[in-house]
Write a protein that binds this ligand. Structure first.
Ligand code: ZN
Length: 136
């Protein structure tokens, strides 16, 4: 029983040990698959205030983006979070999603007030989840 517990802890620690290089490689494979030419930097969230239980945060525009990941993610969780954010980058690059500075979002040509739509009702999120899973 004790050995199984140690094995579990060992696997958990190992699954959270991965290099920046591995994350960059995930980004490169993802952008190549999506056919977008962008620069994506990966950072970790330490003191950035992150809403709810989100695993990642995306900033940037026009070809240059930063993805912030939670620090304790496993490699699979990190990969999944990156795939999700890459779909958002694709949405921005193809202008299916445009974020205005005044809290207005243009999604497929229609204008929405960002804060009026709950996270789970945002169509661009639904797309990022389904296409992000395919990319993953
Ligand atoms: Zn999202």
């Amino acid at each position: 029983m004790k050995q199984i517990l140690f094995l579990f802890i060992f696997i958990t620690i190992i699954s959270k040990c991965y290099s920046q290089k591995e994350l960059d490689s995930i980004v490169n494979k993802g952008t190549a698959a999506l056919g977008i030419d962008v620069l994506v930097n990966i950072f970790y969230i330490d003191d950035i205030k992150l809403s709810s239980d989100a695993e990642a945060l995306l900033t940037g525009s026009k070809g240059v983006y930063d993805i912030y990941l939670r620090k304790n993610l496993t490699i699979k969780e990190a990969e999944m979070a990156i795939c999700h954010e890459l779909i958002h980058i694709y949405q921005f690059e193809t202008k299916s999603l445009i974020k205005k500075t005044n809290g207005i979002v243009i999604w497929n040509g229609a204008s929405y007030s960002y804060n009026d739509i709950p996270y789970e009702d945002r169509e661009w999120e639904a797309e990022a989840f389904s296409n992000g899973m395919k990319l993953f």
